[in-house]
Design a protein around this ligand. Structure first.
Ligand code: ATP
Ligand code: MG
Length: 661
């Protein structure tokens, strides 16, 4: 064994035994949030949040920080007026008009640097074009664009003229586009002829053609082009953005002064648990909160190069690619294609090329990088100071791999728990103030009051170490305003269960997150996953997260999901669906190793009923594992709603694999 191998093994075992990881002193020395008083100051409800709003430019200052008189329809920064595009673009022109705002890398390595000045010009021209096309204040504009500069430009142009946008993830089908267009009462669809996926040009406009046949409305279509000339068949009925922009070259459009409570956008949830909900977000509270968390949690400074490798079509991209980072005046990276094109080192190659300081990704991506192996990141010279994960609980195993092989043990990691509905981070550490603990999101953010409710409906004592249903006891500025057009669904989904719905005192209202969690004695929160994902094995409540973490300890496993199979004797038993690392063959030995890992980590009672080797797991477009589908497979039931699956053929493949056994 080489010295290097020995060192590696020693490090692995040290990492395994260690519970907390200190943020590196160099990080702490330069961090934005270094004073613990921030918890008390922001926690002074509600005025503590004024300091978040003060990070923005307002046309008129608010008269009232918070109005809780009509729960759960809470209002923030009442009486204030502002424009989000002004805050993300115009206000930076004095100090940094020549700094890159958006640094875009295309599929083939093409590079576009939009400075704040360029962004200003393009947002203005696009705003003029939208207006000329008849878009008025408060009209909802549906945006079906991939990761090209036209996407943030169109969003900011909408914000400039006070038209809420509703971005539909580009990978979604015509049907999803049609449904969301109808559901949002939208009369405008903004699309593009096509874009690149694994280096191939993908016809995108055909989804619009098809969606128009399905919608109940008759929206105008505005089409961007990926190149100077169309590469797909763009109907003559569609308005070419290029033509409109020519007509409006050099145009300037005054930013519309919006009420703080006017909606900025709609965003549909990712559909992991069922039919997506159209979350409506306000202008003032949302922008204040995402700007403050981008600053304090993501530690963004204007001079940084920041890369959130998510898609803008998700809330993460809205809050932490576009609005938060640009409001702070930083350089935000966007990449068009997939992480494995044209090779599995592409992400790290880009990180090296642009000298990225802050990197943001999801546990599902970390597991994929792990599966590919550390030889890819090792080939490139990049140096992150800060890394984020979001979207799912991260298994300690994956966390450690990320820490060691991507962060080189000298970057901080924040595991951020939040939701489409919450607009911004709610549970996560401020990275300079607290130690990292793999598998835990950390503390509640300043001003956020989280709690757990037991099955008996009673609030659990603080930091009890017991599992419960996660609720948020106090409103916060970036919370959704409602489910678009459906106040009843808003109340039923998020409030009814844990609130006194007859009360008009906001203190009697609690927001239900729909996730299970534990608050450990150190005050750190560990999110266990969906409540539906908690199973009951012979009277023991087990989070799928715990089982999956145990399975992830087996080095040969790249990724695993656990589903509950009904069992006459024990109530439920776990089935493990495992994807093996590249180059590992499935065998009874590996199966035994997995079973043993669960028995050792959790207990014999949790012994998996089956270990099923699969090529892929059913995931949403945003990369989350859809355990309810596996559960249906395990229990030989109908699959239910699969419209938001990334690869709709995966459930059938798994069924076929099972049938062969
Ligand atoms: P739907 O609500 O339509 O089922 P969704 O909940 O997957 O979809 P999102 O709003 O994108 O849609 O995801 C939020 C959920 O993601 C959270 O409720 C939680 O279950 C999970 N999640 C996000 N971040 C974390 C994290 N850091 N740790 C654990 N879970 C997380
Ligand atoms: Mg959800």
């Amino acid at each position: 064994m080489s010295d290097e191998d020995t060192a590696d093994i020693q490090l692995e075992s040290r990492l395994r035994e260690q519970e907390y990881f200190r943020p590196p002193p160099e990080f702490v020395g330069q961090a934005n949030a270094t004073d613990r008083d921030i918890y008390d100051e922001v926690g002074e409800f509600p005025e503590g949040f004024d300091r978040y709003a003060e990070l923005l430019d307002w046309d008129e200052r608010w008269d009232q920080t918070f109005d809780g008189s009509n729960p759960p329809f809470f209002e923030w920064f009442v009486g204030g007026k502002l424009n989000a595009a002004h805050n993300c673009v115009d206000r930076h022109l004095d100090e940094r008009k020549n700094q890159t705002a958006i640094l875009w890398e295309g599929s083939d390595g093409e590079q576009v640097n939009l400075t704040y000045q360029d962004l200003y010009r393009r947002v203005n021209e696009t705003a003029a074009a939208l207006r000329a096309q008849g878009v008025e204040e408060d009209d909802v504009v549906t945006i079906h664009l991939p990761m090209v500069p036209a996407l943030p430009i169109t969003m900011l142009a909408c914000a400039r003229i006070g038209a809420p946008h509703s971005v539909v993830f580009a990978g979604f089908s015509a049907q999803a586009l049609a449904e969301r267009t109808d559901s949002a009462d939208s009369d405008f669809i903004v699309t593009i002829d096509g874009y690149y996926r694994r280096g191939e040009f993908l016809d995108h406009i055909e989804k619009t053609d098809e969606a128009l046949e399905q919608t109940e409305r008759d929206p105008d279509v505005l089409a961007w082009l990926r190149h100077d000339e169309p590469q797909a068949d763009v109907s003559d009925d569609y308005v070419r953005m290029a033509d409109l922009l020519d007509e409006h070259a050099g145009a300037r459009v005054d930013p519309v002064s919006r009420d703080a409570e006017d909606p900025l956008f709609l965003m549909y949830t990712s559909g992991t648990t069922g039919k997506p909900k159209g979350c409506q977000h306000r202008t003032g509270g949302y922008l204040s909160y995402v700007t403050a968390t981008a600053k304090n949690v993501l530690d963004i400074e204007p001079g940084d190069t920041y890369w959130c490798a998510a898609d803008i079509g998700w809330i993460t991209g809205h809050s932490y690619i576009v609005y938060g980072p640009l409001a702070l005046g930083t350089t935000s990276v966007m990449y068009e294609d997939t992480p494995d094109y044209p090779h599995k080192g592409r992400i790290w190659e880009i990180a090296e090329k642009y000298d990225v300081d802050i990197f943001h990704t999801s546990p599902t991506a970390v597991r994929m990088f792990m599966k590919w192996g550390e030889e890819y990141p090792e080939k490139y010279d990049f140096d992150f100071r800060h890394m984020t994960t979001v979207g799912e609980p991260i298994q300690p195993e994956a966390w450690l791999w990320y820490y060691k092989h991507i962060g080189d043990e000298d970057a901080v990691i924040v595991d951020t728990w939040w939701q489409t509905e919450t607009g911004g981070h709610l549970l996560t550490n401020l990275p300079a103030l607290d130690d990292m603990k793999p598998g835990s999101a950390g503390r509640a953010c300043p001003g956020i009051e989280a709690a757990l409710v037991g099955d008996d409906g009673k609030t659990l004592p603080e930091a009890s170490g017991q599992a419960g249903n996660l609720i948020i006891e106090r409103p916060w500025p970036s919370m959704l305003q409602t489910v678009y057009g459906n106040d009843e669904r808003f109340i039923d989904t998020y409030w009814a269960e844990y609130s006194d719905t007859d009360s008009d005192d906001w203190r009697d209202w609690n927001y239900k997150a729909g996730d299970g969690a534990v608050q450990a004695q150190d005050g750190y929160w560990r999110v266990l996953g969906r409540l539906d994902d908690v199973m009951n094995v012979a009277g023991h409540r087990l989070g799928t997260m715990e089982l999956e973490s145990a399975v992830a300890e087996v080095e040969k496993v790249a990724e695993a999901a656990v589903a509950a199979r009904e069992d006459t004797e024990k109530g439920e038993v776990p089935d493990v669906y495992a994807v093996l690392r590249e180059g590992i063959e499935e065998s009874d030995t590996v199966r035994e190793e997995i079973v043993r890992a669960v028995e050792d980590e959790i207990g014999k009672f949790a012994r998996p009923a089956n270990v099923i080797f699969v090529d892929d797991l059913p995931k949403t477009r945003s990369g989350k594992i859809m355990r309810r589908i596996l559960e249906n497979i395990s229990n030989e039931e109908e699959l239910g709603n699969t419209t938001t699956l990334r690869d709709p053929s995966v459930p059938e493949q798994i069924r076929d694999e099972l049938a062969e056994k």
